[in-house]
Design a binder for this molecule. Structure first.
Ligand SMILES: Cc1cc2nc3c(=O)[nH]c(=O)nc-3n(C[C@H](O)[C@H](O)[C@H](O)COP(=O)(O)OP(=O)(O)OC[C@H]3O[C@@H](n4cnc5c(N)ncnc54)[C@H](O)[C@@H]3O)c2cc1C
Length: 491
């Protein structure tokens, strides 16, 4: 008689939920994903406005090998199912004093351009990037690829490499302080400080450990899926389906049932109860405890940890093209420290924000009509603490347009033919992310990595993956959280 497979239920189809479904199917589970929305992908989704296509959330794709791993695990060729291109240029930077810099992914080309445009000696940039590489290689295996909450992680030989690197990590200094020591040009300090925002933190608070983040852009490279960022979701969903995973859209889960220390199943909003041998929550950990497990003691220190920043995004269909811009563009604030003070202390917006403009139609021409461009315009915003978001949206839009006028000398408002927006409230209502944070908790302290929720517990067959669980937010880390869950579950 054929033995029935153990049954896994996953709550949410974010990138980590999809990735973990593939890993569990490979381990011999019958896997079902229950997704609240009528569409998959959570933050990694897309929509259209007239003739323009927009990726709703993430725009920067790094560490593609974590995507490729999933295809290889299933014996498939990633190139065939998930085509992407590597960018030679990582970002264009603009300042109000007229300085501009095209950051090439190649470290030497970048360092030489920074010397010409900003007067930063080539050696300073190369030395900083070399150290970032060394630190990343010495620590990523420990901090990102394994559970920090299992004894066996600390018993592996690789721990010695991490321990040896600890003194050079700058755990007791802020990123900003380290950058000020290493660079002469205030523009370069600001450029490297920006990497704190890659996980929604402040360079004036985050520890020097985060100085290794630029290694991803300048050491490994930046990439773009050829069919847009949403292809990460689409290709994972197709791969999951090929592994037999069943994806149930428009099926919000309202409760996790348990008996003693074991989860026994989930209850859908419709009242239907479904049994499970294993449950993975890809929902943010805070609402998982508050809404799905109200009777269980919650890890309050973890849930109360400071949230990462959120964002205001304006999606603008533009009726013309802007040759001075490329895929990723940053227009820096003149008052960067005040901007982070506003985000994390007064929890509001500065009238001179740093503006990020992402234009996928530069590389994916079908994303906009032939003479137009699809602008994804983002500024950092505080997480939701009950601010008047409608008033802040009006303020943000005016501040962005004014910044673009000052830096690029163009009235962008005259060229907007389609418009929509995303704010912290919408991020929370569409993905259940606590207070609309983009990356779960912030990394504004040296202990943040250890305070993040582990990938297991509090019930023996309940696991967590996604941006609010270890190792944190962002696509590559979410994929790693799914990998850690896959490794923790017995096949
Ligand atoms: C505007 C923006 C820009 C970003 N930029 C980048 C970037 O450039 N690069 C990068 O790497 N990362 C970026 N990020 C972060 C990245 O998008 C996230 O870290 C990642 O997509 C989160 O994936 P996740 O697996 O945690 O799931 P999420 O995307 O948070 O999705 C969770 C899913 O669970 C579902 N769900 C929740 N509760 C329930 C329930 N009770 N029942 C059923 N389903 C439920 C939700 O509907 C949702 O679909 C950005 C995020 C945003 C919002």
């Amino acid at each position: 008689m054929e033995q029935s497979k153990p049954l896994a239920r996953i709550i949410g189809s974010g990138v980590a939920g999809l990735a973990v479904s593939i890993r569990l199917a490979q381990k011999g589970y019958e896997v079902h994903i229950h997704e609240a929305n009528a569409y998959p992908g959570g933050k990694l989704s897309e929509f259209r406005l007239g003739a323009y296509r927009f990726d709703a959330g993430p725009s920067l794709f790094t560490l593609p090998q974590h995507m490729e791993d999933l295809f290889l695990l299933c014996g498939e060729d990633p190139v065939e199912h998930f085509p992407y291109l590597q960018k030679e240029e990582s970002c264009r930077y603009f300042w109000e004093d007229g300085k501009r810099l095209i950051a090439h992914s190649d470290p030497r080309a970048f360092a030489e351009a920074a010397q010409v445009s900003l007067g930063e000696p080539v050696q300073n940039t190369l030395a900083h990037l070399a150290l970032a590489k060394k630190q990343y290689e010495a620590t990523s295996g420990f901090f990102l690829e394994r559970s920090l909450h299992r004894l066996r992680t600390y018993l592996r030989p690789a721990i010695f490499r991490t321990l040896a690197a600890l003194p050079s990590l700058g755990l007791t200094q802020t990123m900003d302080r380290i950058h000020r020591r290493r660079f002469q040009s205030k523009h370069m300090v600001q450029l490297f400080n920006r990497y704190a925002t890659f996980n929604g933190s402040s360079p004036y608070k985050a520890p020097g450990t985060l100085c290794m983040i630029p290694h991803l852009e300048f050491g490994v490279g930046t990439f773009l899926p050829k069919r847009g960022m949403v292809d990460i979701t689409h290709s994972l969903m197709a791969l999951a389906k090929r592994q037999g995973v069943k994806i149930h859209l428009s099926e919000p889960v309202q409760r996790i049932h348990y008996e003693g220390k074991s989860a026994s199943g989930i209850e859908l909003q419709s009242g239907i109860v479904l049994s499970a041998d294993l449950i993975v929550s890809n929902m943010d950990v805070t609402p998982t405890y508050r809404r799905l497990l109200p009777g269980l003691a919650a890890p309050e220190a973890t849930l109360r940890a400071e949230r990462s920043s959120s964002a205001f995004i304006f999606y603008w269909g533009m009726d013309r093209q802007f040759p001075e811009l490329n895929l990723h563009n940053i227009l820096f604030s003149e008052r960067y420290e005040e901007e982070f003070e506003a985000l994390f202390t007064s929890k509001t917006l500065l009238d001179d924000p740093t503006v990020y403009i992402n234009i996928t139609s530069k590389d994916v021409p079908n994303d906009a009509p032939s003479r137009g461009e699809n602008w994804f315009v983002m500024i950092n915003a505080p997480s939701d603490n009950g601010q008047d978001w409608d008033a802040l949206r009006t303020q943000a839009r005016a501040a962005i347009l004014s910044k673009i006028q000052r830096v690029l000398d163009v009235d962008a408002s005259e060229h907007i033919v389609e418009e929509d927006y995303l704010d912290p409230r919408r991020i929370e209502s569409r993905t259940s992310s606590d207070r609309g944070a983009l990356y779960g908790s912030s990394s504004n302290s040296a202990m943040s990595a250890f305070l993040r929720h582990p990938n297991h517990g509090p019930l023996k067959n309940l696991y967590f993956c996604g941006g609010s669980a270890h190792p944190g937010g962002g696509i590559p880390l979410c994929l790693l959280s799914a990998k850690i869950v896959g490794q923790s579950v017995k096949g």
